[in-house]
Design a protein around this ligand. Sequence first.
Ligand code: GLN
Length: 181
Amino acid sequence: MKVGVLAVQGAFAEMEAYWRGKGADVFEIRQRADLAQGLDLLALPGGESTVQGKLLKDLGLFDPLKERIDGGLPVFATCAGLILLAEKIDDPGRRDGTRPEKWFGVLPVMVRRNAYGRQLGSFMTYGVFDGQPNVPMTFIRAPAITAVSPDVEVLSTHLGAPTAVRWRNITAFTWHPELAF
Ligand code: GLN
């Protein structure tokens, strides 16, 4: 399987190591030409969603990736990657109360950025993921999923709120699966 890892900012090295560990043929997506080789899965790593979103647009990667995601390419996303996919984004850190623009806006969920606080908001817990118990779940300045559309499958929760979801071709996490499996 050929996995393209978005490598413009953030924790892409961890995402690459994860997929290599699964035996995938991994390559980095840094510019538009990288997409020419074709991919079976797109992996969106953690990082800073605003920076990643802007870079995607500046590098001309945004439209071709959106086209592929809309076309059903499997996507595996964590944290900032989830924020890039969400239909609605809420950012309590914005003093002017405005809602940040959405990016790909394809996944029918609402996310709140930095929902557990800023620096001290990183923590680890164990939980059930897709029926599998005791999965270590690391949250790093994580967003929270505050609403999901009824056709979204919830794969894990923390304090009652969804922390991993599956919808059509997309699997997305607020915690870091690449540090867990
Ligand atoms: N806080 C980051 C954001 O809002 C996400 C954190 C992460 O990807 N670990 O984009």
